[in-house]
Design a binder for this molecule. Structure first.
Ligand code: ADP
Length: 189
């Protein structure tokens, strides 16, 4: 499995599965979620409503993931995951717990992608928008988890490409630097 980085709009990616930074209601929101429902059309929301009615009466728990059709998007599936809200610094132990939940979003999304047979997956920087997670910390958690899964989770054969799609040059630059660091150690000028 190759980890790649792209700057752009996740709804335009030609991949088998697109991961959505959803909220637990599964009924749509802003950011990535809004863009996916706008571009993918009402079929996605219809499946989300059915999932709510059948399995997730209280909503999809943070750190978990679930798949629906991708409607009109070029992908075959949307995998909805719910990131944690970044905790207030005064909340102490919450940071460790929610860091694990953020890693779980990537783990669960890729596990579902593998079950579906998706060979290429586009991933957003979950929790870095409305949920307020600082980009650098989010990039470390996301990249470390996906790299680890590539090594130990059997993904190397199952998935060809895990593509992080970053909205804007700043986010892209942070992911690029962290990926470089995690792969080869810190850059030296
Ligand atoms: P969350 O609620 O998990 O914080 P958001 O959707 O608000 O999720 O934001 C997650 C990240 O996705 C942010 O960095 C935001 O800039 C970025 N983003 C927003 N729209 C898109 C899009 N169409 N494609 C890719 N990334 C996007």
């Amino acid at each position: 499995m190759e980890i790649t980085l792209t700057q752009g709009d996740i709804t335009e990616q030609q991949v088998d599965a697109i991961v959505n930074a959803a909220n637990s209601s599964l009924l749509g929101g802003g950011g990535v979620d809004g863009a996916i429902h706008r571009a993918g059309g009402p079929e996605i929301l219809a499946e989300c409503r059915a999932l709510r009615a059948a399995h997730y009466g209280k909503g999809l728990p943070t750190g978990q993931a679930v798949a629906t059709t991708a409607g009109r998007l070029p992908a075959r599936w949307v995998i909805h995951t719910v990131g944690p809200v970044h905790p207030d610094p005064r909340e102490g132990a919450e940071l460790a717990r929610r860091t694990e939940l953020l890693a779980s979003c990537y783990r669960e999304s890729l596990r579902i992608a593998t079950e579906l047979g998706a060979r290429s997956v586009a991933l957003p920087a979950v929790s870095t928008g409305v949920y307020g997670w600082p980009m650098e910390s989010a990039a470390r958690i996301a990249l470390a988890e996906v790299m680890e899964m590539g090594r130990t989770g059997g993904l190397d054969e199952a998935i060809d490409e895990a593509r992080f799609v970053l909205f804007g040059a700043d986010a892209y630059g942070v992911f690029e630097r962290v990926l470089q660091e995690l792969s080869h150690g810190p850059m030296v000028d």
